[in-house]
Ligand binder design. Structure first.
Ligand code: G3H
Ligand code: 13P
Ligand code: ZN
Length: 328
């Protein structure tokens, strides 16, 4: 059954667990995520970015979600728009059956230029008014993550929009978060606490300082009833990096967000944990391995089945680690 983000995260808060939000742009990801949700009896958030929507097409994506929810009628599914950039993107997502939208007003409409507070508040409030009238939940974002443009993070000194900002400027200000939630009425708030999108987040295993866990704790103290969202939360597992590189890939040494740090966040109000990269790595590892081990095979179902298996494994581990398992 389809539920809103508010319904799902209220239950998660009452019961002290977190919910992974897995990105989707194709059928294999969808089937893999749902198989893991079913195996662990977990509710799930499936989210599509603007890139995913243009890759699959809104109609195909909408029917795909219908197919997934009808195939697993007992699994609560929140269908969420990831990083909406204006009112229209959020409205068309709602028309396509999304039960939750993110209005990311921390960035301008181009999705890379950091925006000021007034811009963010005004556009987020407009989306909240529209979405709530439709019974749809809204996630906002305050603070700046690593560059969305390059997918590169803290270790990247390249061309991202965030390169000119210091670590402290990137973090969400707790007092401003309190004001933002009061002024916009968002159901969930994405906060910047040191993570970035993509595989290249950290040059070493991050500790609590790099991850600014104190920022999460302070925001939760001020906003105990606001569901916090961690973006860029892939763990970038070393074993998947090794498989990819063993079969001809080229992933440079890198670290993601350790699962135990996410578990600490869940103790401080983090309820939605965004994961895309880990499933991308899992699919790539499985496909590279399949190609190497059976070069004569050319039926895509063979290697895509292997990809689904490895993605399901990643999803199951996250459902278990975040306490989502058993809550469907
Ligand atoms: O926010 C980033 C997600 O991983 C989606 O990435 O824009 O390449 O679909 P995408
Ligand atoms: P990762 O790149 O760490 O998987 O983050 C995904 C994300 O935050 C989507 O919004
Ligand atoms: Zn994100």
């Amino acid at each position: 059954a389809r539920i809103t983000l508010r319904q799902l995260l209220d239950h998660a808060a009452e019961n002290g667990y977190g919910v992974p939000a897995f990105n989707i742009s194709n059928m294999e990801q969808g089937l893999a995520i749902m198989a893991a949700a079913k195996a662990t009896n977990s509710p799930v958030i499936i989210q599509a970015s603007r890139g995913a929507r243009s890759y699959a097409g809104d109609r195909v994506l909408a029917r795909l979600i219908d197919g997934l929810t009808e195939t697993y009628p007992n699994i609560p599914v929140c269908m969420h728009l990831d990083h909406g950039n204006n009112l229209a993107t959020c409205a068309t997502a709602i028309q396509n059956g999304f039960t939750s939208v993110m209005m990311d007003g921390s960035l301008k409409e181009d999705g890379k230029t950091p925006a000021d507070y007034a811009y963010n508040r005004n556009i987020t409030k407009a989306v909240v008014d529209m979405a709530h009238a439709c019974g749809v939940s809204v996630e906002g974002e305050l603070g700046v993550l690593g560059s969305l443009e390059t997918g590169m993070g803290d270790q990247e000194d390249g061309h991202g929009a965030t390169e000119k900002l210091s670590h402290d400027q990137l973090l969400t200000d707790p007092a401003e978060a309190e004001k933002f939630v009061a002024e916009t009425g968002v159901d969930a708030l994405a906060i910047a606490m040191g993570t970035s999108h993509g595989a290249y987040k950290f040059t070493r295993k991050p500790d609590g300082d790099i991850l600014a866990m104190h920022v999460i704790e302070e925001i939760h103290r001020r906003l105990p009833n606001t569901h916090l969202v961690m973006h860029g939360s892939s763990s970038v597992p070393e074993d998947l990096q090794k498989i990819i590189n063993a079969y001809g890939g080229d992933i440079k040494p890198t670290w993601g967000v350790p699962v135990e740090e996410i578990q600490r966040g869940i103790k401080s109000g983090v309820r939605k944990i965004n994961i895309d990269t880990d499933n991308r790595l899992a699919a790539t590892a499985a496909i590279r391995k399949s190609f190497a081990e059976d070069p004569a095979e050319f039926d895509p179902r063979k290697y895509l089945k292997a990809a689904m298996g490895m993605m399901t494994e990643v999803c199951k581990q996250r459902f278990e680690a975040f306490g989502t398992a058993g809550n469907a």
